[in-house]
Design a protein around this ligand. Structure first.
Ligand code: XMP
Length: 317
């Protein structure tokens, strides 16, 4: 019978056999899959696993620093690369969602490739691909693939000439979490909501600026921390805030304001293919809305997204 402990023992033995003294490079995203893949590989080959964690400047507030620290604490051989400026430059003036994804994918590959070249004699690319990713990238004609190009599946371009090692390829998400738990990975990290590869770029509708990223990071942090404080985080499959390309009139003291509007989104789902909006308590929404408007300069209106998928998607772009 399949147990997480058996899986770890078997996979570590297989990886040792397969990789020997070879070096492996792996991109960490802060998500569950790449983290579990890295810890497994690290168990098998130690510091011959070179992890790269890229800050694209579109992560959640303080996420790059805090997650990098966690990775280091787990004993991973990891290099944090802050390329925020490079990503923001590449995104300047782009408002089309697919072009945003392409620009981010392109810069990520450039940054990753530069970093991989720094490692002498690297032979393998490690990836946190899980079974549903394999299925999704096979069914390229499926609706989700044509609506949005999920750039993080399929690996890096051929020119890198690396063999691919994907230790989680046969696992479903819940199995990945169980494997992670059996290796002692922090439950907070394993229980994290999914977060899209292009990050906040696809939650800022319209063009992206550093100021908009800052505003959205503040709003998102208030929402997500609130969900945690109210014990709601684990009841929700995914949550986040969206910065709308809309200014609305408000009033502060005697002054008329004309500032940004944000939408909050929280959904229940099992695989992201369908989703229902979550009936969050009014008291929570009330407190969160007040906090956002009082604390985040530049925002004077908060709305809650009550659309299910289909026909709406989870992300707005
Ligand atoms: P949608 O918006 O299609 O999202 O209902 C379904 C799930 O996919 C995530 N998502 C992405 N993940 N790159 C990713 O890595 C992307 O370009 C992308 N677009 C959507 C979304 O956050 C949700 O979990």
């Amino acid at each position: 019978t399949w147990t997480p402990d058996n899986f770890v023992d078997m996979t570590v033995a297989e990886l040792k056999e397969k990789l020997g003294n070879d070096r492996v490079v792996l991109g960490l995203s802060g998500g569950v899959d790449s983290t579990v893949a890295a810890v497994l590989l690290n168990k098998a080959i130690g510091d011959n696993l070179y992890c790269i964690f890229v800050n694209n400047g579109l992560l959640r507030k303080d996420e790059f620093e805090s997650v990098l620290k966690q990775y280091e604490g787990m004993g991973l051989n990891v290099k944090g690369v802050d390329s925020s400026a490079r990503f923001l430059d590449a995104l300047a003036g782009i408002d089309d969602p697919e072009l945003k994804r392409k620009a981010i994918g392109r810069v990520f590959i450039e940054v990753f490739d530069d970093e991989a070249h720094e490692i002498n004699d690297v032979k393998w690319l490690g990836q946190g691909t899980i079974y549903p990713d394999v299925i999704e990238s096979i069914s390229v004609n499926g609706p989700s693939a044509t609506i949005k190009s999920h750039h993080n599946v399929g690996g890096l371009p051929d020119f890198m000439k690396l063999k691919v090692v994907e230790p989680l390829k046969m696992l479903f998400k819940d199995e990945v979490r169980r494997v992670g738990a059996s290796m002692g990975i922090n439950p907070d990290l394993l229980g994290r909501h999914p977060f899209p590869g292009p990050g906040l770029a696809i939650r800022i509708l319209g063009d992206i600026t550093a100021e908009k990223v800052r505003i959205l990071q503040e709003v998102d942090a208030i929402f997500i921390n609130g969900l945690k404080q109210w014990g709601l985080y684990d009841k929700v499959w995914q949550a986040g805030a969206i910065l709308l390309p809309v200014n609305s009139v408000g009033v502060m003291g005697d002054e008329r304001t004309y500032e940004k509007c944000v939408a909050l989104r929280a959904v229940e789902s099992t695989d992201g293919m369908t989703a229902d909006w979550v009936n969050l308590p009014y008291e929570f929404l009330q407190k969160t809305s007040n906090d956002i408007i009082n604390k985040v300069k530049g925002v004077n209106r908060v709305v809650y997204d009550i659309s299910s998928k289909p026909p709406a998607t989870i992300e707005w772009e």
